[in-house]
Design a protein around this ligand. Structure first.
Ligand SMILES: Cc1cc2nc3c(=O)[nH]c(=O)nc-3n(C[C@H](O)[C@H](O)[C@H](O)COP(=O)(O)OP(=O)(O)OC[C@H]3O[C@@H](n4cnc5c(N)ncnc54)[C@H](O)[C@@H]3O)c2cc1C
Length: 400
């Protein structure tokens, strides 16, 4: 998702871009992908400016108009009307995002898709990086961007340290049928063993479940048969959506926080999960990656006629993004501990915090705008201006 976003942001430039992806592209079927992402309004703007949003909307993208977060009797309600937006976020299947981006990439003559092809080795000399693929060819380039996820081979090849903190949790995902319509509301229940989120999908009676739980509990939940799982889910979530029934398979993802010591070095840049991973409870991981991608694209587009692999140039991207990424990691990590603690003072503090935020509308709106990606320093492609027109008629010369 993040690498394809970068390539799309460099589409139509005079840079020659090769996208290397080891997994074959999965076609979109009637059955929604188990992996979905909450896409912020900032990411939506990026996709609009890259001309891929309409394709995502035509497939499946569900607006979230309200959110309800609760623990015990303390409830926090968000409504998009309070911030004057038609929705707070979108739920989009990962497969839908990738397909829309890849379709766009195929329209660019300067972008080459190597798929399936796996990067197997990286060699660097003073002015080039050589990339070996399992399919045979060796590519040479000025710059190699690692958008290859948390277990990044590019990061390892560049010997960049990765600070990893195992959360001892796994996220269980599944599609759930609900008795009552979800009415475009996202629900999150903070449980002692981790948050349980039900996110609305296109069908009003189907939601996507992301249940983060301590690993032993997650293993038990994953192994239950459907009727036993339904009982556990119902007990954990409550009756807000009536009777809940799992529909289809469940999948489990181990959760860990990770942060690369450096995002860049000579001839290498890391973006997305290759540079940082955050807890999924705030639905921000891929959104941070999308902002990384368009920030890096902006730096590269601005380096007309220069060597785009030089470290001082790449550092501009790193300086622009590292603080925001680290901040989000600390916030989501902090939330995970705040809501995971059963120590009475912490419990009282968080319940009081939910109640207080619910009552203080300015604070609530500020949090909502922040989570929607509408505040802070945004790269040009994430700003709601006439970017699209600006980009198309950009008179600046393009990179060689
Ligand atoms: C349960 C769960 C729920 C989540 N929900 C949300 C959410 O709601 N919102 C949100 O913003 N984020 C969410 N996230 C986080 C989000 O999924 C990640 O941040 C996102 O996938 C990162 O995207 P990426 O493109 O950087 O990396 P990845 O998605 O990991 O993609 C990396 C790609 O690189 C390819 N690759 C790897 N190695 C090689 C190689 N050697 N050669 C060739 N190709 C290679 C892989 O095949 C893969 O396609 C969630 C995560 C989990 C686990």
């Amino acid at each position: 998702m993040v690498g394809a976003t970068l390539a799309a942001a460099l589409g139509d430039s005079r840079l020659h871009v090769a996208v290397i992806e080891s997994q074959p592209l999965e076609p979109i079927t009637d059955q929604p992908d188990l992996r979905v992402s909450a896409i912020t309004l900032a990411s939506q703007t990026v996709f609009e400016n890259l001309d891929v949003w309409d394709a995502m909307r035509r497939q499946r993208a569900t607006p979230v108009e309200r959110m309800q977060i609760w623990e015990g009797q303390s409830v926090l309600n968000y409504d998009s009307a309070d911030i004057g937006e038609p929705c707070l976020t979108w739920i989009v299947e990962n497969r839908v995002m990738v397909n829309a981006l890849v379709t766009r990439l195929r329209q660019y003559s300067n972008v080459e898709l190597l798929n399936p092809a796996q990067l197997t080795a990286v060699d660097m000399d003073a002015d080039r990086v050589r990339i070996s693929l399992n399919t045979g060819p060796v590519l040479t380039a000025r710059l190699l961007v690692g958008a290859d996820g948390a277990d990044s081979a590019v990061r390892k090849a560049a010997a960049i340290d990765w600070r990893r903190h195992d959360l001892d949790q796994s996220a269980l995902v599944a599609r759930i049928r609900t008795e009552h319509p979800h009415e475009h509301t996202a629900y999150q229940h903070f449980l002692p063993s981790g948050p349980l989120a039900l996110l609305p999908l296109d069908d009003l009676h189907t939601v996507s479940m992301v249940w983060s739980a301590d690993r032993p509990r997650a293993r038990v939940l994953a192994a239950l048969d459907d009727p036993a799982f339904n009982l556990e889910l119902q007990q954990a979530f409550g009756s807000r959506l009536g009777r809940l029934q799992v529909a289809g398979p469940r999948a489990s993802f181990p959760l860990a926080l990770g942060f690369a010591d450096m995002y860049t070095c000579e001839r290498i840049a890391l973006i997305g999960d290759a540079a940082h991973t955050v807890h999924p409870l705030a639905g921000q991981g891929v959104n941070l990656g999308i902002l990384d991608a368009v920030t890096l694209a902006e730096v590269l587009q601005g380096a007309i006629g220069r060597d785009i692999g030089l470290h001082p140039l790449l550092r501009r991207y790193e300086r622009a993004r590292k603080g925001a990424d680290l901040g989000m990691q600390l916030v989501t990590g902090g939330f995970r501990y705040l809501f995971g603690s059963e120590w009475p003072p912490v419990r009282a503090f968080r319940r009081g915090g939910l109640t207080l935020t619910e009552r203080l509308l300015p604070l609530k709106n500020a949090i909502m705008r922040q989570a929607s990606g509408l505040t802070g320093e945004l790269p040009t492609l994430a700003r709601r201006t006439a970017n699209r027109l600006q980009r198309r008629s950009d008179p600046r010369p393009r990179l060689e």
